[in-house]
Design a protein around this ligand. Structure first.
Ligand code: FES
Length: 193
């Protein structure tokens, strides 16, 4: 090019033929379809993700409340009128985990003829474990602050604010099943925890 040549025309003045890049851009109608597909996909993903999250987040044993029926010893292992302490062994569940075969506590079981009764071994005063009290003519006694209970679990003396906590029983295939529950200590009412 010589100095006498006319300057080249500005690029904006060039004829507007579509460039390869602009040729590949979606047209408005195609954009609308693409947007609809994306929105629809998100909606489906959300609809399936919420139940999945609920399943994963649901804690084991989250129903809460109520006792649990646990089989203890055979009825024929009991001697009439002689309370026996038995361990309560069952699965322990919290919000997220489960442990198999854990000792959850103990109860006193006693048979009088065909009737089988059970009491929590937890003293209602401050939660110590009550023992038999043969020297007191039968019944139960707490070693911590000397609360005493008769053979039917009725409070006789001491600071315990209530009787021993009776538990429901039933016979299953010759075994004594106990409905194991825990109750608040230090209060006169029998309130399940
Ligand atoms: S804990 Fe039993 S009398 Fe206090």
């Amino acid at each position: 090019m010589t100095t006498s040549d006319p300057p080249p025309p500005p690029e904006s003045a060039a004829p507007s033929t579509p460039s390869p890049a602009s040729a590949g851009e979606p047209r408005p109608a195609r954009r609308t379809v693409t947007l609809a597909v994306v929105v629809g996909s998100c909606a489906i993903a959300a609809a399936t993700a919420i139940p999945a999250a609920a399943f994963v987040a649901a804690p084991i044993g989250s129903k809460g409340g109520g006792g649990r029926w646990v089989r203890t010893l055979r009825v024929d292992q009991l001697v009439d009128g002689e309370p026996k302490r038995v361990a309560i062994v069952d699965d322990r569940r919290d919000a997220w985990t489960i442990e198999r075969g854990v000792e959850l506590g103990s109860v006193w079981v006693v048979k009088h003829g065909a009737k089988v009764s059970a009491f929590s071994s937890v003293c209602p005063h401050l939660g110590c474990s009550v023992n038999l009290a043969p020297e007191a003519g039968g019944g139960f006694a707490c070693p911590c602050h000397t609360s005493a209970f008769d053979a039917d679990g009725k409070r006789k003396s001491g600071p315990s604010p209530r009787d021993l906590d009776a538990l429901a029983t039933r016979i299953e295939d010759g075994f004594v099943a106990v409905e194991f529950r825990r109750f608040r200590i230090g209060v006169p009412e029998k309130v399940e925890t």
